[in-house]
Design a protein around this ligand. Structure first.
Ligand code: 4AD
Ligand code: MG
Length: 431
């Protein structure tokens, strides 16, 4: 008899198998009990009949508590009425670990309660589906970049620089020296692009976000590709191909998960059609003003503005060339204007806002040195970065995709916290 996982049950119809499971729920009537089982790979039902297992085992089954772990043995059957499509007719079971009173019951719990019990909540079907989709997006990311001649170069997490500004920094003492938790791997990816051509990193990024919003985590995961010999136009084309690839991968490989969370696949399919619209920041301001938004040229967009813009196009939309004053120091100057830079944010529809921030990088040593000074930082900490402009500087571009931002949109969640196993926010570092 083979020991299998629930996920593979469809390949074992009419076979007798053994599965290690936890009990997530149960109900019984007279001579039959229905056990809702999960093993992490999927959820399905076990059916126990008194006639099959005898009086004693049947009574024991009825006493099992939620989250008891057990080995069940039985035969897999098709079950068209159930969501999973298969069930197991249990012939015997053996308890492995008893369970105390489990705090998370099938009834509704408040979000704080669930977040305090995140370590247990992860066992439930919605988090399971969401984090499986997360895994698929990570897998597809590696596939996409490997297939497009990128190699993964890991950036350090302890750094001496603050490329995205000093207001949201986590500082730490590094043997008497100032150090920060990385806000972005970008500067290191720029160095790596000059060494390997096309590179990407994927790792945690830290921002001491003091605001409490549904779009901000203090620790989030970012995918950061960086391409030597590439201008912004080509980078935008790569970005939209990447997003469409991710959406298609989720459609193809996460059918069950999408069903569990109730995400409409037809809507998702729209986002695989390229190209995505592009609008300049200037035109975006005009469009917003025409629609009664109280915005002036020079401001950064808040969530209502971003929501309006992406909904207006009903697709992800690139907003191009923001004012220099509100963007990072390294962005390339515009060839004919000194008030904007060559950059783009990709805004997601359905109210999800910025999912990608990217730009072409300036290549001029003196300009960048001045930019670092203007940002109130010490160019000494950036000597290594400035070296890249001394030894064969070339046009290069890159971007950062916020993994949880992307996932929250794809899965239509209310809050980023649902898409990361153990979220870190201004008021949460437990569990
Ligand atoms: O726009 P950002 O700050 O850009 C950078 O860090 C660049 N260095 C990236 C690059 O060009 N290599 O951040 C990029 C993306 C945002 O578009 C957003 O999706 C996500 O990271 N992000 C956050 N996600 C969750 N919580 C936060 N506090 C985030 N801040 C940014
Ligand atoms: Mg940004």
């Amino acid at each position: 008899m083979e020991t299998i996982s629930i996920m593979h049950a469809p390949e074992h119809v009419d076979e007798k198998v053994r599965i290690g499971v936890w009990l997530s729920n149960k109900r019984s009537s007279g001579k039959i009990a229905f056990l809702q089982l999960r093993d992490g790979t999927a959820f399905f039902q076990g059916v126990i009949r008194k006639n099959d297992v005898g009086e004693e085992k049947f009574e024991a089954a009825k006493e099992l508590r939620q989250e008891t772990s057990l080995y069940v043995t039985g035969t897999i059957h098709e079950d068209a009425r159930s969501k999973f499509g298969y069930e197991i007719a249990i012939e015997d079971f053996e308890v492995v670990g008893e369970s105390e009173d489990y705090p998370i019951t099938p009834k509704e719990h408040g979000i704080d309660f669930l977040m305090d019990h995140r370590h247990l909540w992860l066992r439930s079907s919605r988090p399971n589906a969401l984090l499986r989709i997360r895994n698929e997006v990570i897998r597809a990311t590696f596939e996409f970049f490997n297939d497009n001649d990128f190699i993964k170069i890991d950036a350090p997490l302890l750094t001496g620089s603050a490329p995205e500004g000093t207001t949201e920094l986590f500082e730490t003492d590094y043997f008497g020296q100032d150090a920060y938790l990385s806000q972005t791997g970008q500067l290191y990816e720029e160095a790596a692009a000059m060494a390997f051509g096309r590179v990407f990193s994927f790792g945690p990024s830290f921002r001491a976000e003091k605001s409490k919003t549904r779009r901000h985590l203090t620790e989030f995961w970012m995918v950061e590709p960086e391409m030597a010999w590439m201008h912004q136009e080509e980078s935008l084309a790569l970005q939209e191909r990447y997003i469409a690839f991710l959406v298609q991968a989720v459609i193809d490989n996460c059918q069950r998960e999408l069903e569990t969370i109730g995400r409409d696949v037809e809507t998702l399919k729209k986002y695989t059609h390229l190209p995505y619209p592009r609008i300049s920041y200037d035109d975006a301001i005009k469009l917003l003003q025409e629609n009664d938004f109280d915005v002036e040229w020079g401001v950064d967009f808040g969530s209502p503005e971003e929501t309006f813009l992406a909904n207006h196009f009903d697709k992800p939309v690139f907003v191009l060339n923001y004012p220099k004053a509100i963007k990072a120091f390294y962005m390339k100057r515009h060839p004919t204007r000194d008030d904007v830079v060559i950059c783009a944010d990709l805004l997601a529809p359905e109210g999800y806002g910025e999912i990608i921030g990217g730009s072409e990088r300036d290549t001029d040593l003196d300009y960048l040195t001045q930019q670092i000074l203007d940002a109130g930082q010490d160019p000494k900490n950036y000597d290594w970065y400035l070296d890249l402009r001394k030894f064969g500087s070339v046009p290069h571009s890159g971007f950062g995709l916020g993994l949880e931002r992307f996932l929250t949109w794809i899965t239509l969640q209310d809050h980023l916290r649902e898409t990361i196993p153990f979220p870190r926010m201004i008021n949460r570092i437990y569990p």
